[in-house]
Design a protein around this ligand. Structure first.
Ligand SMILES: Nc1ncnc2c1ncn2[C@@H]1O[C@H](COP(=O)(O)OP(=O)(O)OP(=O)(O)O)[C@@H](O)[C@H]1O
Ligand SMILES: [Mg+2]
Length: 254
């Protein structure tokens, strides 16, 4: 199995606060990983490190066979130039809790922007792909709508389409449904489910949707205190957790 993400003892601190204290994690091609854990355990921070939105302070973080955000030359680690970081980020799609669409652009323009700006792809080709993606997330008729003309669920589906427009090898989701009204959660989870079933997309999903994790994810990793406490198939981690901390957390959310 090809490794897509490998974290080895990843450390991250903000000032004097140690947030990640040695995260070890591996995600292979086509694997869907649910990252669960209490508030403040470092889930979002870890995702941001995977996309090099944050610099790590220790350990190693690989995307496929390359370091995230860095390269090794003559035994020393150097941060990549901005263009190389942008290119690497383009291979990793990220969807946040808040939809983060550009408010002054239409749904179509939001989706088209990165492939044109970052990858310099021809506009006509990108436009066609953007229409296909909108259809795929069930929004073929919303190409010309601005974010404020869309519901939260629709905005989040545009955000997913926008990430997919870069043809990523990995998708990161940070609580993609937790800012949504309950009746809109299903339409976003349906799109994510479709990505798994149809594309076999490799994904890391921070989520509190335990039903979804159990149904769709191959692996559940429970984080607490800045480290992965246990991970394994959903039935094992959610059904028969080995650690007391996992049991305590699950008793609160299930
Ligand atoms: N930019 C930052 N500067 C300082 N501290 C930060 C920053 N970002 C996160 N933290 C701290 O790092 C810790 C981990 O935060 P993080 O957002 O990764 O947790 P989380 O597991 O995603 O929690 P939640 O479930 O509430 O989203 C928290 O104590 C948080 O206050
Ligand atoms: Mg978070």
């Amino acid at each position: 199995m090809k490794t897509v993400i490998r974290a080895e003892g990843v450390h991250k601190r903000y000032g004097t606060l140690d947030v990640l204290k040695g995260v070890d994690l591996e995600v292979t091609q086509g694997e869907v990983l649910a990252l669960i854990g209490p508030s403040g355990s470092g889930k979002s921070t870890f995702l941001r490190c995977v996309n090099h939105l944050e610099r790590i302070d220790g350990g190693r973080l690989y995307f496929r066979d390359r370091l995230v955000g860095y390269e090794e030359r003559e035994g020393k680690i150097h941060e990549l130039p901005d263009t190389a970081i942008a290119a690497q980020r383009g291979e990793i799609g990220m969807v946040f809790q808040r939809f983060n669409l550009f408010p002054h652009m239409t749904a179509l323009e939001n989706i088209m922007m990165a492939p044109i700006l970052v990858k310099k792809e021809p506009k006509a080709e990108v436009r066609e792909r953007a229409h296909d993606l909108l259809a795929r997330v069930g929004l073929a008729d919303k190409a010309g709508s601005r974010p404020d003309q869309l519901s939260g669920g629709q905005q989040q589906r545009v955000a997913i389409a926008r990430a997919l427009a870069m043809r990523p090898d990995l998708m990161l989701f940070d609580e993609p449904t937790s800012a949504l009204d309950p009746e809109l959660v299903g339409e976003v989870l349906d799109v994510m489910r479709d990505l798994v079933r149809v594309d076999g997309m490799t994904m890391i999903i921070v989520t509190h949707e335990m039903g979804f994790a159990r149904e769709v994810c191959d692996t559940v990793a429970f984080m607490d205190g800045g480290a992965v406490v246990e991970s394994g198939p959903p039935a094992a981690v959610l059904g028969e957790p080995r650690h007391e901390r996992t049991r305590t957390f699950l008793s609160k959310v299930l």
